[in-house]
Ligand binder design. Structure first.
Ligand SMILES: [Fe+2]
Length: 317
């Protein structure tokens, strides 16, 4: 596997021309495609007959993954539901960059697989950068063993601020009620206790939470490891939204991550990142445990539409 094979591209060589044929094709190639994903980290399906969220939903359903629902989890991105399993990817404004992250790695429960679908590309910009964080971690360990050991031994704690009301102007702007799928403070606290979080209600009605210690590294099938966390996004993107003097992520013992280590990680990530420049109808299947994603800013038309479906490995896989 070389960096030029990432993401792997599969084109519509069989000339499939409707969504029923596409579903049957995906179903009949499911085992091969999943094996390819384990090696490639991300697959781009290009030129297939996909023009609506419903087509995309049908394609994703061919893979017999379990659905991942927000009710089980904590996501702070503002999204809109289009079909039962398809959401808008992130409602943040065009000029806001979404930095590289693993979907929900800052929470105890996160989806293993992500499907993205481009229903409408931007006129200019708006690519989705994809970064192999197994390659990133391997290189970081080789270059900086003491820092790597700190990440591995200490893990991470995340501090999150959830506003009283949804704020669509931010990439992480969901209110606490929406993030926690809770209507009352009591219900919110019940969920936080279940997840092992600490919390503090704010004077303005917002909520600040702190996660339990979460691993910074994930062991993948096949024995490799990835840098499965939100250190990059938290430092590049969440920092500006955080209250002064309170870093959004620390080591698990609450000591500071050295800024020089973060700089090295940011630079290394560039080396293992490929931008996915969307074409209409593209679908990307991403191994969320192995690959980070983000969103570059865009201009021109404001109706860029990239939608997402989150999935979990089925229990019997
Ligand atoms: Fe995301």
């Amino acid at each position: 596997m070389t960096e030029s094979d990432f993401p792997r591209i599969i084109e519509n060589e069989d000339g499939l021309d409707d969504e029923r044929q596409l579903f049957d094709w995906a179903k009949s190639h499911e085992v091969r495609l999943k094996a390819l994903l384990a090696e490639a980290g991300a697959i781009l399906f290009r030129g297939f007959p996909v023009t609506t969220a419903a087509h995309f939903d049908a394609f994703a359903s061919a893979f017999s993954y379990d659905e991942f629902t927000y009710a089980d989890s904590l996501s702070n991105a503002v999204r809109v539901n289009l079909t039962p399993r398809v959401f808008t990817a992130n409602e943040a404004p065009a000029e806001v960059e979404i930095y590289l992250h693993h979907e929900m790695a800052q929470t105890p429960i996160s989806p293993e697989k992500l499907f993205f679908c481009c229903l409408q590309p931007a006129e200019s910009g708006g690519a989705t950068p994809l970064c192999r964080s197994d390659w990133l971690w391997s290189e970081f360990q080789a270059q900086h063993p003491p820092w790597a050991e700190q990440f591995r031994a200490l893990g991470l704690r995340y501090r999150m601020e959830m506003p009283a009301e949804d704020n669509a102007g931010s990439g992480q702007g969901r209110s606490w009620a929406s993030t926690l799928s809770a209507q009352t403070r009591a219900a919110a606290e019940e969920k936080l206790i279940k997840l092992g979080y600490r919390w503090q209600w704010q004077q303005d009605g917002g909520l600040v939470t702190q996660t339990p210690v979460l691993p910074a590294v994930k062991r993948l099938s096949g024995g490799a490891e990835s840098f499965y966390n939100q250190v990059l996004a938290a430092n590049l993107g969440w920092q500006s939204a955080a209250r002064e003097g309170q870093p959004p992520v620390t080591f698990g013992d609450e000591s500071l991550i050295p800024s020089a280590a973060i700089e090295v990680l940011i630079e290394l990530a560039k080396r293992f990142t490929q931008p996915l420049a969307w074409q209409k109808g593209d679908i990307a299947l991403v191994d969320n445990h192995r690959v980070m994603h983000g969103r570059y800013p865009y201009r021109g038309n404001t109706n860029r539409q990239v939608v997402v479906c989150l999935a979990r490995e089925a229990a019997n896989d």
